[in-house]
Design a protein around this ligand. Structure first.
Ligand code: PEP
Ligand code: MN
Length: 342
């Protein structure tokens, strides 16, 4: 249930509605809007009669929320959420592009790559310091030394950084260094990690589980929001299917569905979907056309000697082409959107 207060509702009237919600054993979550306050009703175990609230002073309307997710849903917040990180606004008209290596491997590798992605037009730098690797014998990331390198990238190039947290144990550390904390596909339903992300003071980039439905993905975001962190960027990164021509299958149809269902921004990672360098540019162009708010792309200054995911990492020159082409496509689809919306 969402209770929309009148524009002229007083503090006392808002407090009275909150008390009435709590007396029903539910939790009240005020959602400030531009002009009026709305109050979300959480943790109800069954349906609540809207008439109870409709009769209260200061209440404009009480709207039942039909979806299992509430705070992430457009029913609760009709307008797009915009997440501001550095100079980038994720969720607005301009395509936000994140570029960088799969993993931070050394200071020179990170710095060389950052210089190139910045010049090409990236808004944010990516690089893993803690890597979720299939093999325990593969390179696991540099840990805190990698995070310190990311901090130097930010200072040197004025680029915000996004990096993955793998477990609760390292959350505080990653949160301290990162501008955006990434939760990877393998952790999308790690509920204690999601709850901790909900207490974080930094935006969270939440990747879709490799076999998760859109509903499960939005419910994972709901965990984060329900703990108080509303700064969430969703990221589609491909699903595990039977095909062998790519590492995963990029689910483009999820983008318009998520945009319809949720106010949260949604971006696409074509690199982990493709697994192969030559598919990354066409997938990125399609992502821009289908309405993604941004892209996260693996780029390496020397992909042939990368310690992780070199085969899907772009050469910096290719990344520059990608930035130019996808921004041009996004501009056309945005203008087209305006025409079709009238
Ligand atoms: C990554 O972005 O570094 C990564 C490991 O991606 P995913 O969780 O999508 O596999
Ligand atoms: Mn990778």
């Amino acid at each position: 249930m969402l209770i929309v207060m009148r524009q002229d509702a007083s503090r006392e009237q808002i407090d009275a509605v909150i008390r009435a919600i709590e007396e029903k054993g539910c939790s009240a979550r005020p959602i400030p809007g531009g002009e009026r306050v709305s109050i979300g009703v959480l943790y109800n175990t069954g349906p609540i009669d809207p008439a109870v609230f409709q009769g209260m002073q200061g209440v404009k309307e009480a709207i039942p929320v039909t979806r299992p997710y509430k705070l992430v849903s457009r029913e609760v917040k009709p307008h797009d959420s915009v997440i501001r990180v550095g100079n980038a606004s994720i969720g607005k008209d301009r395509l936000v592009i994140i570029g960088g290596p799969c993993a931070v491997e050394s200071e020179s590798q990170a710095m060389n790559t950052a210089e190139r992605v910045k010049k090409a037009g990236a808004d944010i730098f990516r690089g893993g310091a803690f890597k979720p690797r299939t093999s325990p014998y593969a390179f696991q990331g540099m840990g805190e030394a990698g995070l310190r390198i990311l901090a130097r990238v930010r200072e040197t190039f004025d680029l915000p950084v996004v990096t993955e947290v793998l477990d609760l144990e390292h959350f505080d550390m990653v949160e301290k260094y990162a501008d955006i904390v990434q939760i990877g596909t393998r952790n999308m339903q790690n509920f204690s990690l999601l709850r901790r992300a909900g207490e974080a003071k930094k935006p969270i980039l939440l990747k879709r589980g490799m076999s998760a439905t859109v509903e499960e993905w939005l419910m994972a975001a709901e965990y984060i929001l329900s703990e108080g962190n509303s700064e969430i960027i969703l990221c589609e990164r491909g699903l595990r299917t039977f095909v062998r021509h790519s590492r995963n299958t990029l689910d483009f149809s999820a983008i318009p569905v998520v945009r319809k269902e949720s106010h949260l921004p949604v971006i696409v990672d074509p690199s982990h979907a493709a697994g192969l360098r030559d598919q990354v540019l066409p997938l990125s162009r399609a992502a821009a056309a289908v309405g993604a708010h941004g892209l996260m792309v693996e780029v390496h200054s020397a992909p042939d000697s990368a310690l992780c995911d070199g085969g899907q990492s772009l050469y910096p020159d290719q990344f520059e082409v990608l930035c130019n082409q996808t921004r041009a496509i996004q501009e056309i689809s945005r203008q087209n959107d305006k025409i079709t919306r009238g």
